[in-house]
Design a protein around this ligand. Sequence first.
Ligand SMILES: CSCCC(=O)C(=O)COP(=O)(O)O
Ligand SMILES: [Mg+2]
Length: 238
Amino acid sequence: MAAKLTFAPDVVLLDIEGTIASQPYVTAVLYSYLRDNLPGYVAARRDDPVVQEILSDTQALAGDDRDPVETLLGWLAEDRKAPPLKKIQGMVWVDGFETGRLKGHMYDDALAALKRWHAAGVPLWIFSSGSVLSQTLFFANQPEPTGDIRFLFSGHFDTDIGAKVETPSYGRIAAAIGVDPAKLLFFSDNPRELVAATAAGLPVVHVVRAEEGTASDPRFPEIASFAEVELSNWPKAA
Ligand SMILES: CSCCC(=O)C(=O)COP(=O)(O)O
Ligand SMILES: [Mg+2]
C-alpha cells in the first residue's frame, strides 16, 4: 500500500460520485433508471407545482423553447450537473429505491474508512451535486449486508448551498457546520472542486480511482484508496 497521508481535521467533507461511490455504477444503474422513467414521471404529474417549477427552471436555464423533458434527458446524457435535473432525479428515484429496484453503491475502502472514522467520533458531512433527497435514498438503500448507512453522516449539502466548483460554497458550508475552513478536510475526484475548496482555505485530497480513469493532478495530495488516510487527532483524548 502507498505511504499513509496524515491529516488532523475536525470535520470531514465528502463528494459522492467518483470518490466514495462508483461513477460507472451511477451512470449504468441510476441514470439508466432515470432515463427510462423521467418522461412517464413528468407526464403523470403535469399539475404538480413542484414539477411545474422544475420544468420552468429547466426552460429558463436552457434559454430555448424545447420540450423541457427533452432538455433534461439531454443534460442527463451529458452528465451535466444542472440543478433542475438534480432536483427531479431524486423524486423519480423514490419509487425505484422504495421497491428495491435500485440500490446504492459504496467502494469497500470508502465504506470501511467511514465506519472507522464514525466510530472514532469524526463528524462526516456530504457535499454532492445530487440533491439531499437523492443522497439520503442512496445511503439508506445500500445492498445487503450493508443496508442503511445514513447514521454515518452528520449532515448533507447539495448545490442549494452553491455550485461545487465555486469557492464561496465551501465558506458557506464551513459556516453552516461551524468549523474553521482550515479544519474541514474535503475529498473529491474533481480537480475543479478541489481548486474551489482550496481557495476557501480547506485542506483537500484528490481521490484518483484507476477504474474510473481519474487522472493524477500534481496540485493535490492524492489517494487511490481511503485506506491510505490517517486522521491523527481521532479518537479525541478524554
Ligand atoms: C447519490 S447522489 C446521485 C449522484 C449524482 O447524481 C451526482 O451528480 C453526484 O455527483 P457528485 O457531486 O457526488 O460527484
Ligand atoms: Mg464526484
